[in-house]
Write a protein that binds this ligand. Sequence first.
Ligand code: ADP
Ligand code: MG
Length: 256
Amino acid sequence: MAVDADARLSTGNPKLDKMLGGGFIRGRTYLVTGETGVGKTILSLQFLLNGLTHNETCVYVTIDERIEGVLRGAESLGWNFWAYMETGRFIPLELRLYAAEARKYGKESRAFVDAIFNATRGRRFTRLVLDPVSALAQGAKDEFYVREYLREIITMIEERFGVTTLMTTDIPTGSKRMSRFMLEEFLASGVIVLGVRQLGGTLVRTIYVRKMRWSSMDSTMYVFNIEPERGIVIGEPFDEFIKNRNLSAVPGTGVV
Ligand SMILES: Nc1ncnc2c1ncn2[C@@H]1O[C@H](COP(=O)(O)OP(=O)(O)O)[C@@H](O)[C@H]1O
Ligand SMILES: [Mg+2]
């Protein structure tokens, strides 16, 4: 099924938009996955910043960090979210799930979604980031409940807000898993995988699109840098990068 350009929303990164076949499809949920420190938060802030500069109202939910820390990190890239906060179009939120309450997931997921609704005072918003949903499991004894909780949150968000959602998930270092619960990728309409490798003494960041429902996509793995103002800057395909620098992607030089 083809989706026309109007139905697409820019990620804030023209090259990533191309890789996704034209950007995110509006109203859907996407996943950014990778180990700690690969750039998931930066990618999601770049997505929100794109909306903010186009006069949209955007919500950022942090699950494991204080919002001040995240916004200060953004400042180090030259991104001033405080200004948008003052205008009321950038709405940051800290939401958590306490392990003891995980069993009441039915009620709790509604509370989670209600908290977003209340923070926006029912106003229309276009972009939502949940960063990182993997932190919802912190301390939970039974992951089954966390999974159900997450499933309910995503379903409710899609039904209630019709917003384009970007969720991030941490995967354990060295893991071959796609996500923390192996559920996030099924809930998402598309998956972007970030990585970092040590190659020939150089830190190489990689990005590729793993899945994109209802769309064509470019699944090539590219290298990227993180730069002030521009955020994630995608470069050449990983294979070419290796060839051009006479590096070899031998076993043991995989994900750090
Ligand atoms: N101002 C900056 N300039 C360049 N790189 C930065 C800057 N701020 C953070 N980074 C890089 O971004 C990475 C963290 O990105 P982040 O999005 O927080 O990762 P994640 O959310 O996946 O844990 C760090 O590894 C750091 O190298
Ligand atoms: Mg992060």
